[in-house]
Design a protein around this ligand. Structure first.
Ligand code: CTP
Length: 402
């Protein structure tokens, strides 16, 4: 699936060393189907060549306000764009954009465009911290531009040490592009609570019971909901993958902690997606000190942790859409239907743990989505991000009907 097929994105590049990362951003955009019109400023060309971007986007790169005797490129480019991204945006470019200059192609495009604009500053930390830059950024934001804060981290020159000034990684910028480009559906502005990953139940201070969940499915759901404009909270057990960058994350360890975090958020959530695999039982007694080899117990007594979906029903916001997952190995659909009813869910996403490409750890999933009323939707083998989109499409349908 190419989510941005045919969408025109104007990608401006100004003269910063971070422009090497922009090449990767151009590739991500082109892979997602976008038609990427790259505009390089004069100083950007000192850092990176037009040929690189031409090869990555398969389109001509633009550099001059007046080219081959005509000066209308900026109007055509700006009007065609569904979104303008400038990465990296230098301190000098921010200053020129903030004062409405139009003496080069990129700044002229900004003035001529109706499209939303995403500016991604990158510069020396002292330049970023200067009040003049801060005022320029505040002014650009007041004009409606989205300006990302640079990240903390080692800056390009070893003498500069580390400080805020670093351009975010291309994947993060790409996610912001998605949030600005994707259609505003029913999830825009809604509060979405997602759980992900396994939980751990302590046996002693160094050992635990858990399961093979990686958290990939929940992380994909959280990222997709965020791109659709939702305000997302991810309650995460120990994950094997990084959580999405701009999503609020509440880290938990045990099922009880996950229960408490879900309960605290539920009353203000419009959607709950329980993609986590909480441990269903825990050792009845967790030893206070490490159990020594010589003291090995012959068996471990277990007790139930309690089902989070079932025990937080009273905390749900009225009209909220509740989605559960079911991982089954036998009699898959019957068990899933029982869970759908018993946990009072709007949707249950079922996967058969024995099918190839489905379940824990892998990057794909083969699921069926059940709801109390509609026919089951049997989806083919998909990447987890594509499964996330399919689930959220249905969540939006339900929200639209409420
Ligand atoms: N779940 C939960 N609390 C638990 C265990 C599971 O809220 N303690 C949620 C999961 O996040 C998932 C759904 O319940 O959305 C179904 O989880 P699953 O492990 O398939 O089912 P269980 O209810 O644990 O039932 P069983 O062990 O009988 O399969």
């Amino acid at each position: 699936m190419r989510p941005y097929e045919g969408r025109r994105v104007l990608l401006g590049v100004t003269g910063g060393i971070a422009s090497y990362k922009t090449a990767w951003l151009a590739r991500l955009l082109a892979q997602a189907g976008a038609e990427v019109d790259v505009v390089l400023t004069r100083s950007a060309r000192e850092f990176i060549g037009a040929v690189t971007f031409e090869a990555l986007t398969g389109r001509p790169v633009h550099t001059e306000l007046v080219a081959e005797g005509h000066a209308l490129d900026h109007i055509t480019l700006a009007r065609a764009a569904a979104l303008i991204v400038v990465a990296p945006a230098t301190a000098d470019f921010l200053s020129r954009a903030a004062s409405g200059r139009a003496d080069d192609l990129l700044s002229a495009c900004l003035l001529a465009a109706d499209a939303p604009v995403l500016l991604v500053p990158a510069m020396n930390d002292r330049m970023w911290a200067h009040r003049q830059t801060a005022e320029n950024v505040a002014h650009l934001r007041s004009l409606g531009y989205t300006v990302l804060d640079p990240e903390l981290g080692p800056l390009a020159s070893p003498q500069e040490g580390s400080g805020p000034g670093r351009m975010p990684e291309p994947e993060r910028i790409f996610a912001h592009v998605g949030r600005m480009l994707e259609a505003r559906g029913a999830l825009a502005g809604r509060r979405v609570l997602v759980t992900a990953g396994p939980t751990r139940e302590a046996l002693d201070p160094v050992r635990f019971l858990s399961n093979y969940s990686s958290g990939k499915m929940g992380v994909a759901i959280a990222a997709a909901a965020w791109r659709r404009g939702a305000d997302v909270t991810l309650v995460a057990g120990p994950l094997a993958v990084a959580p999405p960058h701009d999503v609020r994350v509440v880290h938990v360890e045990s099922t009880e902690e996950m229960h408490d975090a879900v309960r605290a958020e539920l009353a203000s959530s419009d959607v709950l997606v329980m993609a986590a695999a909480p441990a269903d039982f825990r050792p009845t007694h967790a030893a206070a000190g490490k159990i020594k080899k010589a003291q090995r117990p012959d068996s471990i007594a277990l007790e139930n942790t309690g089902d989070i979906l079932a025990t937080t029903r009273d905390a749900r916001k009225k009209g909220a859409v509740i989605v559960g997952f079911a991982l089954e190995t036998d009699d898959v659909m019957r068990h899933a239907r029982e869970k759908l009813a018993a946990k009072a869910l709007d949707l249950i996403v079922v996967n058969d743990a024995r099918e190839e490409g489905a379940g824990f750890g892998v990057d794909t999933n083969r699921v069926t989505i059940l709801s109390p009323s509609a026919e089951p939707a049997v989806l083919p083998l998909l990447s987890k991000p594509d499964v996330a989109d399919a689930v959220l499409d249905r969540v939006e349908e339900i929200l639209n009907g409420r």
